[in-house]
Design a binder for this molecule. Sequence first.
Ligand code: ARG
Length: 457
Amino acid sequence: MKQLWTGRFSKQIDKKTNDFNSSISFDSRMFKEDIDGSIAHATMLGKCGIITDEDCKKIVEGLKQIKDEIINGKLEIDMTAEDIHTFIEGELTSRIGDAGKRLHTARSRNDQVALDIRLYLKKECDEVVNQIKELVNVLADKAEEYSQTVMPGYTHLQRAQPIVFGHHLLAYAEMFLRDISRIEDAKNRMNYSPLGSGALAGTTYPIDRAYSAELMGFAGYTNNSLDGVSDRDFCIELSSALSLVMVHLSRFSEEIIMWCSWEFKFIELDDAFSTGSSIMPQKKNPDIAELVRGKSGRVFGDLMTLLTVMKGIPLAYNKDMQEDKEAVFDAIDTVKMCLTAFIPMIDTMTVLPQNMRKAAAGGFINATDCADFLVSKGLPFRDAYKATGELVAICIEKGLTLETLPVEEYKKVCDLFDDGVYEAINLEKCVNDRTPVGAPSPSNVKNQAKRIKDIVK
Ligand code: ARG
């Protein structure tokens, strides 16, 4: 397909160079947005008397027809076209003649492509936010179900203090809620139409930018024509927000992988979301979680690509900016794909509360509560801490736990101890008493799960 700019050239572009220069292989996915943007532009041109009502009608009808035909497979996109904008305009002109050639009045591909990406990414933001909401909802459901399931909380991957499994899951829900707000925030900032910025310097035609922006559902229009065509902050912001989604999914995946191991066995993944080994018949591997963890690298790479593409280019449009699309599309595709596999994997996993309880019983995770018992008897915390440390050393030496250590041993270390200590270090009590806001008591976890579900409803 012929380029839009052949007028001043005496030769065709070199074939291989055309492939190099072309973006249709990756921008054809924006055909709907390109057409919707052109319909709004033509409607605005008609309303402002820049083209006739008759031409406007022909253009709008022609574009609608092209869109329908691409959707239902009747019209194939010509992959030799320079880009999707060239293809749609060429196809329109071949169908309706001169009216089609009037579509590009008061417009450039520079504001057109800036517009198309915004329209496309706005829609993608909604889709990915919906997926994250679904994940948050699954986490909140599971948190309610396991609001009483005691497990060890860790620092340095060492058993530290008792929590419940629901609380652990809701920590991830909080991260994903922040992700939602970041993506929505990025969407709000991309919600301004650059159409009318022209190539860089706006236009002399009496266009109505507010009208075309409104037709396309934007909150308004961009205020500087140079910025309108050369801003890709919104691609970077979105990729950055998506990178954080991947950080969260990757950390979560890492825990899933650990929890599935025989060393932990806190959960078991459903067969439908696990894989086997070609040689070791016993293996059941958490490949999905590993792949999510691995794919985080791509999305960080996409962010780095965008930052690097943009950092050194002068105003306004430069062809470097064509590199924006593959990066930001890959970031969004990857996150959506990861979520598509990750959500049902979490939803169908089997939780093994007994194993969590066993691990919780083993690592002296109630030592802080033991010290707090002495504090309740009037001992300063630092002294209580030291006494409890001695008790832990005695337990390790004798192969006992704080629960099984006789009270006489306690009294030898500190005479403030009595039988009440056993109740104070009971793991269920330890979590039940953690009631201040944000702490893991089962009642807090249930309330938080409800609050979170209301947010994503
Ligand atoms: N395919 C181009 C891109 O994606 C469209 C804009 C072309 N503009 C230009 N001045 N060559 O960036």
